[in-house]
Design a protein around this ligand. Structure first.
Ligand SMILES: *Cc1c(COP(=O)(O)O)cnc(C)c1O
Length: 406
């Protein structure tokens, strides 16, 4: 049974007003709201459990360690990793991708190639450009067509023995396009020895993730976009690969022995978790996974797909409204502009006056905006607690903005 009112009752923030109107929160691709069960876990951590992990033999330290390791196993199950130590706690997708790009430095040399796509978030572009600067490698970018769909024949052309990394997102944050990562991974495996990195920031909140079936080498995502606190995230890496690569940050927690003559490193996952982690946040990320499991992944997907279809159908009835990636397979996001009427941020400001929160701008994806020759879009993005009535209010608001700006 999928009871939307029962789900909404678990998110206190949804009861608040903004500018005198009930909040309609449609900026979930930037960050989702957090259910009370997750907030209670954060609170309980600091009121009952707070201690540093893995270091003390005292009771609180042991309890905090147990809770964090339990959370790691919940996330292991959530993404179906083979081992719990393949699950590394990070502060988010950005840190995850930077970590990977850093530890691969020694694996690349001049004229090697890194393949990404036109649909990437800046955090899946810039770390690779920095890796190119360190090594002399080159970036190759899979282009998109006018529907925002990746043109995979370019991937076929680009793949060679020079390809050392292929890094793409599973779902685009700017347009919500679902990329054919199964095909991308199969082609990459067949034609190169490249490391395969999947940016799951926009897929982990919506899809069932199975990193073993996917056969990627790395999978990264952020907790805050899937009902968990900010400053949490996960880097998954295959055991053999993580064991063979060097550490990222040096410091406490990641060593086996340390002396001035030299240091030996701890095993996984601690080798990649230097310093004091966000213990409360990491435990709360496990609670967010519990929340999603309770609602049911199929229910989440069905509801969000229904919202997207409903929103797109109604928005397209507005004359002069263009949806980017209209014909592509998408999830969770509708990104649009009112042609000839102001700019995206004007629309966003009018919606805000009506209590409706959407994102406007380039969504950290300037190459996509350049491709469509626009400065930005209005992006409405959905989570499991959104309703059809909220979409009606969005559509009403967009019509009002058109009248006011036209
Ligand atoms: C949000 C996002 C990122 C960056 O995530 P942070 O949580 O800001 O580190 C990277 N890629 C995609 C596709 C995203 O949506």
């Amino acid at each position: 049974m999928f009871d939307i009112q029962e789900i909404r009752s678990q998110f206190s923030i949804l009861d608040r007003e903004v500018n005198g109107k009930p909040l309609v929160y449609l900026d979930n691709a930037a960050t989702s709201q957090k259910p009370n069960s997750v907030l209670e876990v954060c609170h309980a951590y600091y009121t009952e459990l707070n201690a540093n992990v893995h270091r003390g033999i005292h009771t609180l330290s042991q309890l905090a360690t147990e809770e964090m390791e339990l959370s790691r196993r919940k996330i292991q199950k959530f993404i179906n990793a083979e081992h719990d130590f393949e699950v590394i706690f990070t502060k988010g997708t950005t840190e995850g991708i930077n970590l990977i790009a850093y530890i691969l430095t020694q694996k690349l040399q001049k004229d090697d190639e890194i393949i990404i796509s036109y649909l990437e978030h800046h955090s899946n572009i810039v770390p690779w450009q920095m890796l190119c600067e360190r090594t002399g490698a080159r970036l190759r970018v899979i282009p998109i067509d006018e529907n925002g769909v990746l043109q995979l024949d370019y991937l076929d052309q680009y793949l060679s023995e020079k390809t050392k990394v292929v890094s793409v997102n599973q779902v685009s944050n700017a347009l919500g396009i679902v990329n054919p990562i199964e095909k991308i991974i199969a082609k990459t495996r067949k034609n190169s020895d490249a490391y395969i990195v999947i940016d799951g920031a926009q897929s982990a909140p919506h899809f069932d993730i199975d990193v073993q079936k996917m056969d990627c080498d790395f999978f990264v995502f952020s907790g805050h976009k899937m009902y968990a606190p900010m400053g949490t995230g996960i880097l998954y890496g295959k055991r053999e690969i993580l064991e063979a690569l060097p550490p990222f940050h040096g410091g406490g927690e990641m060593i086996a022995t340390c002396s001035f003559e030299g240091t030996t490193y701890a095993g996984l996952p601690f080798k990649y978790e230097a310093g004091t982690p966000n213990v409360g946040g990491n435990i709360a990320l496990g609670a967010a996974v519990d929340f999603m499991n309770r609602v049911g992944h199929e229910n989440i997907q069905n509801h969000e797909n229904a919202l997207l279809e409903y929103a797109q159908r109604q928005l397209l009835e507005i004359e002069g409204l263009k949806v980017y990636g209209e014909k592509a397979k998408r999830t969770g996001v509708v990104s649009f502009n009112l042609e000839g009427v102001g700019i995206a941020s004007d629309v966003g400001m009018i919606l805000d006056k009506m209590g409706i929160a959407v994102r406007t701008g380039h969504h950290c994806t300037q190459p996509i905006m350049n491709f469509f020759n626009i400065a930005g879009t209005v992006r409405a993005s959905f989570a499991v607690y959104n309703t059809f009535e909220e979409i009606d209010r969005l559509v009403e608001g967009v019509k009002k903005a058109q009248r006011m700006l036209g």
